[in-house]
Design a protein around this ligand. Structure first.
Ligand code: C2E
Ligand code: CA
Ligand code: CA
Ligand code: CA
Length: 274
């Protein structure tokens, strides 16, 4: 029995070693990816419920891994945050997104996701300013999407940074609204330009009257605070119509368009003559 125990221990030991090795391997590949130019941005449109027009696109990071193919950001962003690599990756995203948006029709916005880690240090505001200036993009065409993790810890320093960013003229959106513990109190700590209603509420809106009530409350709150509301994860016409009826400002989701490479944007805009 004693030997058996040792065998089990050895088994776990080797399993842990394997996991550590896989992680170190991913870490090495992630560092190389930035240098090798393996990252790409896909763009997902958001559409006005009032005019049906595309008002902009959210930039979503993609890693085209030479062997493993397309790797989801959900798989590598947490590790990139842990090892601090999200800061240079995030800077690349900002510069690329601003440069590409500068080639779009003049009224179109680009939204960029920011990690809370990017708020550490004092570089975020100058990096955003520099990305806008090099691209020649008007600041009000850039939206920065943050989740409540930005306001969670060190929040006073981060709120100061948000105000600096706002002074540049960029717009600040609260992403994944309603998924955290105190989304409402965060609305009080910073005057957001936009609230993005998390897709989990949109998904079950038709079947679940509780979710429908939350969506209604959030769009109502946005309207009375003068904050626009975007519903994420809209997959059906029924959801779109319900959201329009509730007074939601914008919609985003597979029903309106999947994330696409920037080369597909001109065709999308040409096809939509609304
Ligand atoms: P997010 O910001 O909440 O982005 C929305 C996610 O939902 C995207 O996943 C998008 O492809 C997906 N989505 C859009 N419409 C639909 C729909 O109708 N149905 C369903 N089921 N899903 C939909 P994606 O691209 O895999 O990104 C996942 C997350 O990774 C993002 O969530 C964001 O938190 C993070 N992320 C992506 N790009 C960046 C980036 O450049 N920087 C940082 N820091 N995070 C990023
Ligand atoms: Ca987002
Ligand atoms: Ca979101
Ligand atoms: Ca999300």
């Amino acid at each position: 029995a004693k030997d058996e125990g040792r065998g089990v221990f050895r088994y776990f030991q080797s399993e842990m070693d394997a996991r550590m090795k896989a992680r170190r391997q991913l870490e090495m590949e992630l560092r190389a990816a930035l240098i090798m130019g393996e990252f790409e941005l896909y763009y997902q449109p958001f559409v006005s419920t009032e005019t049906n027009a595309v008002t902009g696109f959210e930039a979503l990071l993609r890693w085209k891994h030479p062997q493993r193919g397309m790797v989801s950001p959900l798989e590598f962003i947490p590790l990139a945050e842990e090892i601090g690599l999200i800061t240079p990756i995030g800077e690349w995203v900002l510069r690329k997104a601003c440069a590409e948006a500068a080639t779009w029709p003049i009224h179109m916005r680009v939204a960029v996701n920011l990690s809370a880690v990017q708020f550490r240090g004092h570089k975020l505001t100058p990096v955003v300013a520099s990305a806008l200036a090099s691209a020649g993009l008007r600041p009000d065409r850039l939206e920065l999407e943050i989740t409540e993790s930005v306001l969670l810890r060190d929040s006073q320093a981060n709120i100061t940074t948000l105000h600096q960013l706002r002074e540049l003229g960029v717009r600040i959106s609260m992403d994944d609204f309603g998924t955290g513990y105190s989304s409402l109190s965060y609305l009080r700590s910073f005057p957001f330009d936009k609230i993005k209603i998390d897709q989990s509420f949109v998904r079950d809106m038709a079947a679940n009257s509780g979710d429908a009530a939350i969506v209604r409350a959030v769009t109502g709150l946005g309207a009375s605070l003068g904050i626009s509301t975007t519903a994420e994860g809209v997959e059906t016409l029924a959801q779109l119509e319900q959201l329009r009826a509730e007074g939601c400002t914008e919609v985003q989701g597979y029903f309106l368009g999947r994330p696409m490479p920037s080369s597909d944007i001109p065709a999308l805009l040409a096809a939509r003559t609304d």
